[in-house]
Design a protein around this ligand. Sequence first.
Ligand SMILES: Cc1cc2nc3c(=O)[nH]c(=O)nc-3n(C[C@H](O)[C@H](O)[C@H](O)COP(=O)(O)OP(=O)(O)OC[C@H]3O[C@@H](n4cnc5c(N)ncnc54)[C@H](O)[C@@H]3O)c2cc1C
Length: 325
Amino acid sequence: MDFDYAPKTKDLQQRLLKFMDEYIYPAEKDYAAELLANTAAGKRWTPLETIEKLKPKAQAAGLWNLFLPVDSAEASGYHGAGLTNQEYAPLAEIMGAVPWASEVFNCSAPDTGNMETIARYGSAELKDRWLKPLLEGKIRSAFAMTEPEVASSDATNICTRIERQGDEYVINGHKWWISGAGDPRCAVYITMGKTDPEAARHSQQSMIIIPADAKGIRIVRPLNVMGYDDAPHGHMEMYFENVRVPVGNILLGEGRGFEIAQGRLGPGRIHHCMRLIGLAERALQLMCKRASSRTAFGKTVAQQTVTQERIAEARCKIDMARLLT
Ligand SMILES: Cc1cc2nc3c(=O)[nH]c(=O)nc-3n(C[C@H](O)[C@H](O)[C@H](O)COP(=O)(O)OP(=O)(O)OC[C@H]3O[C@@H](n4cnc5c(N)ncnc54)[C@H](O)[C@@H]3O)c2cc1C
């Protein structure tokens, strides 16, 4: 069996690695300094110029929208790099080495999953209104599913209401952990909620497009993960209060939320896993460099068997994660 990467993946890997060396790693200090300066100036949630000025370079290098799978690209009429998810996975790993890098290539969550969802399940009108500017990197988006009141890992519990009234849907719900909702460029939400609480368990939920400037959206606060707020991206608590959108904003049709979730979350989780594997590889690399350059008790730390065991264990765990993904 041939487990080697496809030639187009290998070519993109080389180009992406070169771009990371030339532009991303050298900009890590700028990113940190800009975030620090923005925070001091009371602008913690302002998008960073460090990322924005690299985007045209990534576009010019043909390293843009690499995530958009061939079938979604065909369904939407737009073009990505023409890769399958399997072919894209090693590229997500390369970008993952720096947590903010994937946005430079328009390959960051939750926009990738949202673009794929609109490409697969949106009407021509919705694609024109939302997918086009998202693929061009002109706007950002968020995915609003999780709710504080219910165990949201079981999405049948999600209880935001999406009720039809004439030619509109009225949405009421309380959400949290909504990544990207605090970004001033976030122009659109894909929201999950119940259109029919009496229907069969997996036919109660639907997904709907809500413009971020719709009346009745209230952002409450950013949440912390182990003390980090992930600014300027962030994960927000928010309310939808009597928000009204046209009936055409429903994706695929009432009661089909789970069908969409299957299509959206699968690839999204693989992208997250591969990016994290990329980050773990980088951490291991840094550990090896440090252990080789530091001397304790007459030999380098790398020569101490306890360190060798730790490095070997880390190597095995990363490869186990890669196999599981
Ligand atoms: C950084 C971050 C970003 C996020 N971004 C978004 C976002 O953009 N949009 C969004 O909608 N949500 C987002 N989430 C929320 C995330 O999807 C939920 O936290 C997750 O689905 C779990 O739901 P819950 O928090 O309600 O936990 P619960 O469902 O209450 O789960 C509680 C516990 O039950 C365990 N558990 C659940 N199911 C099983 C099972 N089958 N077997 C064994 N144990 C189980 C879990 O491990 C957990 O410990 C984000 C979360 C984080 C941390």
